[in-house]
Design a binder for this molecule. Structure first.
Ligand SMILES: Nc1ncnc2c1ncn2[C@@H]1O[C@H](COP(=O)(O)OP(=O)(O)OP(=O)(O)O)[C@@H](O)[C@H]1O
Ligand SMILES: [Mg+2]
Length: 306
């Protein structure tokens, strides 16, 4: 009995020693994991930053060099006369380059406003098709030039959403442009819009293009992130379109999701709560996102039955 008491107290002290050693080991392990993931995050951010600087300097220098070069030719025409129509042509090229620069600067301002939570939407009730149809029509020539078939299947009587038409058009323009840009000649881009779940409209942009791995999707949604960024890049852009689109959709109470497989194409889906759903649920950000998430899951299940 006495012996038993000694051994049980020794046992409990061994147990507490063991527990404290285990506790220390767990804390050390957690610290190592946190340090490792902080290092990975820092490496990721630094890689994106260097690719951004390389890509951005190219994106800014190209139009600036056009502006400087062509305006010089116009300015020096007393010394070196231009052929008829040449000065109009150069003025047009200068205008294009300046427009391109303005678009880049607007994107940079948009992302910084979105990140600081200062972005204001100018919403009204509208049909998604009202925005989607002209957007797809406006990109038809771009698709033709890229030899990509652009097919649109937009439902007839889609319920209205409460949205900022200019910003929604910006979202779809970027997504459809991306789909065309990253699809090799002979491929197809399909734009569909339908009602899904309870009170949600889902727009899907599916391409048969180069696709992305999970890691590449993570890069793609990071501001300035571009897959194959840097000097080997084969398409122009600044890597802001997708993160801006994602943030704008979120601001509309919706969800943007990307499904992709390397070499097998990409589908980007945008789920937006209808105006009626927003009113019914009190239009809190949480209720909108929850409804959009459920609808998106339904649509993705229909697309890929398990
Ligand atoms: N449909 C797609 N298929 C394959 N890759 C894509 C697709 N959409 C986006 N990506 C990848 O994600 C990157 C980021 O896209 P994002 O729209 O943000 O930038 P961008 O198109 O390069 O430039 P911009 O700022 O002009 O939109 C792209 O550079 C590309 O590498
Ligand atoms: Mg883009």
């Amino acid at each position: 009995m006495f012996n038993g008491a000694i051994s049980s107290s020794r046992q409990s002290s061994l147990m507490s020693e063991y527990a404290s050693l285990m506790g220390d080991a767990v804390l050390r392990h957690r610290a190592r994991v946190a340090e490792h993931s902080a290092r990975l995050e820092a490496e990721f951010a630094s890689r994106i930053k260097s690719e951004f600087i390389a890509n951005m300097s190219h994106e800014l220098r190209t139009p600036l060099n056009s502006i400087i070069g062509f305006s010089k030719l116009i300015a020096e025409q007393a010394a070196r006369p231009l052929a008829p129509g040449e000065s109009e042509e150069y003025a047009g090229l200068i205008q294009d380059a300046a427009g391109h620069l303005l678009a880049i600067i607007n994107d940079i301002l948009d992302i910084s406003k979105l990140q600081s939570g200062k972005f204001q939407l100018n919403t009204r009730e509208l049909g998604v098709d009202e925005v989607l149809r002209p957007c797809v029509a406006g990109l038809k020539l771009f698709a033709d030039n890229a030899d990509v078939a652009l097919i649109s299947e937009i439902g007839e009587s889609l319920p209205e959403v409460s949205a900022d038409s200019v910003k929604l058009r910006q979202v779809f323009t970027n997504l459809v442009t991306n789909a065309i840009k990253f699809t090799p000649p002979g491929g197809t881009v399909r734009v569909t819009a339908r009602t899904a779940g309870d009170g949600v409209v889902v727009v899907a942009i599916a391409d048969t293009g180069v696709g992305m791995t999970e890691e590449e999707i993570r890069v793609a949604v990071t501001p300035f992130g571009q897959v194959d960024g840097g000097k080997n890049r084969w398409r122009e852009g600044t890597g802001l379109g997708l993160p801006i689109a994602e943030a704008l959709v979120r601001l509309h109470g919706g969800i943007l999701s990307i499904e992709s497989a390397k070499g097998a194409g990409t589908t980007v889906s945008v789920a937006l709560p209808t105006a009626a759903q927003q009113v019914a649920s009190g239009a809190t950000a949480e209720s909108n996102h929850a409804a959009a998430a459920v609808a998106l899951a339904v649509v993705q299940d229909l697309a890929h039955p398990r």
